[in-house]
Write a protein that binds this ligand. Structure first.
Ligand code: GDP
Length: 588
């Protein structure tokens, strides 16, 4: 069968998809209907929905492709001209939590950051530079916890070299593997820093063996990965690590064009009173100067002030240089590509075009895959967890949202993000959450006192966090609460009733022989007469020769006091099938 590729820029109408597939509109609407969606000819479907439908139709020869419309980082790696000049390497330090990333950056930069981070985690991606052998190296300060996978993914796109930090006394851990995978997917060169070699339990050969199990063969053993044993804390071998970074940069011949309009990536953005939008950029090509007009996604502006990573004014930023600028009229998105344009009019026009393209990509799909999945899941009683996310900067909102989406709910819970935004929790958030069973989460933001009063009055849970995984734990806990408890029953034994001594409204005293298993107080029993189930009773006490005992086992005879709630009456010959029942809360 002939292969067919359909490009989708964000969303596609039912009519367009039917045409592209060579189906009649009625056929396609019929298929959507089977999946619980009542669609009209002009309805827009998002990419995932279209993929699911194509799957359902069994169209194996059709491939869907996302078409990029707005300026995305994906159109980055441009061809270099022969005038390209060499540029500093951009290095990301990654690895498992507590393996020493912050300490390494800290020691390298002689900057005390370990103590003042909330929860010891670097919260926002930022960048620093340092000089070694009279050459600059740019370090991306990538956040440590796996929850920041999203940020790291963006960071990885810029990254030439990934320094993977592995503690020699702990070996390869899940986030080490994650870092290896990131580096590979970003096509970055890997250098391993085997850290904490000053520790007693440090075992360098074992750590190397561990790493080679994960596809990183040390040079010492004939492989191609440079591994430098270091102590980030004591500063051992750090010079050697920097040498290796520069050597790798030399081999890679890292270059960039400078006589092109400036371009790069937004790596952080937030609003500041008095300064307006404060945006961290990493220049990847050209030279950015104060007074330049720039566009990033739907945001544009004129570079009003430009500071280097230490906060000193900088007139010109060359490739691989991180800078903080002001002058954007609205906040650009973290991860957006920025470009320099000739004048304000062009900037405004381009921002508008980007905004329109973006709107096409996101807002106009009126059937999204989560709607579709929700419909498909109705039969499984899928439950919905509603959240509103507020954060101090766009980067953290994006990470929280991305991380929440990564929580695996085994298809039992649908995450519904009611809204997101930058800034303190406000009236509107509470208003939107009221009555809707919605949790409002704030990350690094505050709740004004009048708002918390309003939330209390309207019974809206508002929770703020400074450490992302605490927020995620809470969300996970909330989702677990939505899950139905699991009932676990275990068969214990069986008794044949040989005598009934007393029957009252809610209690029975009877005697019998245990045929198998055992019977203990607090067991439950199903009463069965001639293969018919009559009801359930609870064992309140067990006696043997009129004395209370802890149990009766197979072969023994004795008496039972039973509790019944449905006026059940026992007869000689009835069977009591004992079991225990536990309600177990499901976890994610
Ligand atoms: P991160 O989570 O990867 O950023 O790890 P940190 O840099 O916060 O380090 C975690 C802990 O390990 C801290 O208590 C550090 O003082 C300690 N640490 C980091 N590097 C070394 C090292 O080289 N030697 C020793 N002994 N401790 C270290």
């Amino acid at each position: 069968m002939e292969e067919k590729t359909i490009q989708i820029a964000g969303s596609i109408t039912v009519d367009e998809l039917a045409n592209a597939l060579g189906l009649s509109v009625t056929q396609l609407i019929g298929e959507l209907f089977k999946n619980g969606i009542v669609a009209t000819i002009n309805q827009r479907l998002d990419f995932e929905t279209a993929s699911i439908i194509i799957d359902e139709l069994g169209l194996k020869n059709v491939k869907l492709e996302k078409k990029n419309t707005a300026t995305k980082t994906s159109d980055f790696h441009r061809e270099l001209s022969d005038k390209a000049v060499s540029r500093p390497p951009v290095v990301a330090v990654m690895g498992h939590v507590d393996h020493g990333k912050t300490t390494l950056l800290d020691t390298l930069l002689h900057k005390k950051t370990v103590d003042d981070e909330a929860g010891g985690i670097t919260q926002h991606i930022s960048a620093y530079q340092l000089k070694h052998d009279d050459r600059w190296i740019t370090f991306l300060d990538t956040p440590g916890h796996e929850a920041f996978a999203a940020i790291r993914q963006h960071g990885a796109m810029l990254t030439d070299i990934v320094v993977i930090v592995v503690a020699a006394d702990d070996g390869v851990k899940p986030q080490t593997v994650e870092a290896i995978n990131f580096a590979k997917s970003a096509n970055a060169k890997i250098i391993v820093a085997i850290n904490k070699i000053d520790r007693e339990g440090a075992d360098i050969p074992r750590t190397m063996a561990d790493l080679s199990q994960h596809g990183l063969q040390p040079e010492e053993w004939g492989g191609d990965i440079t591994m430098v044993p270091i102590s980030a804390k004591q500063g051992t071998n750090l010079e050697q690590l920097l040498d290796m970074i520069l050597l790798t940069a030399d081999i890679e011949e890292l270059k960039a064009d400078v006589d092109i309009p400036a371009e790069g990536l937004v790596i952080e953005s937030h609003m500041e009173t008095g300064r307006g939008s404060v945006v961290n950029l990493l220049v990847t090509g050209g030279e950015l100067k104060t007074g330049d007009f720039i566009v990033a996604g739907s945001a544009f502006g004129k570079v009003r002030t430009m500071l280097d990573f230490k906060g000193k004014p900088k007139g010109k930023a060359t490739p691989s240089t991180p800078v903080t600028i002001t002058g954007f009229k609205e906040l650009p998105n973290f991860g957006d590509r920025f470009v320099e344009v000739s004048d304000e009019k062009t900037a405004r026009k381009m921002a508008l075009l980007n905004a329109q393209a973006l709107a096409n990509e996101t807002a106009s799909a009126n059937v999204t895959s989560s709607d579709l999945l929700r419909m498909m899941n109705v039969a499984d009683n899928s439950k919905v967890f509603n959240v509103i996310i507020k954060g101090d900067v766009l980067g953290s909102v994006t990470s929280v949202v991305d991380s929440l989406k990564m929580i695996d709910t085994h298809g039992e819970i649908t995450l519904n993000i009611v809204s997101t935004g930058v800034g303190d929790i406000n009236e509107n958030d509470v208003y939107m959450a009221a009555g809707g069973n919605t949790v409002v989460y704030g990350f690094n933001v505050s709740v004004p006192i009048n708002i918390s009063k309003m939330a209390a009055r309207d019974n809206v849970p508002v929770r703020t966090y400074r450490v992302i995984y605490e927020l995620l734990d809470d969300a996970k806990h909330e989702m677990e609460n939505l899950l139905d408890a699991e009932i676990i029953e275990e068969d214990k034994g069986e008794m044949k009733v040989l005598g009934v001594f007393r029957t009252e409204k809610t209690s029975i005293i009877a005697g019998g022989e245990v045929l198998k298993g055992d019977v203990k107080p607090a067991y439950l029993a199903r009463v069965v007469r001639d293969k018919t189930y009559l009801g359930e009773v609870e064992v309140t006490s067990v006696q043997k020769e009129k004395i209370d005992v802890k149990e009766l086992t197979a072969g023994e005879t004795g008496g039972l006091a039973l509790k019944t709630e449905n006026k059940l009456q026992l007869q000689i010959g009835d069977r009591l099938k004992f079991f225990t029942r536990e309600m177990k809360k499901k976890t994610l």
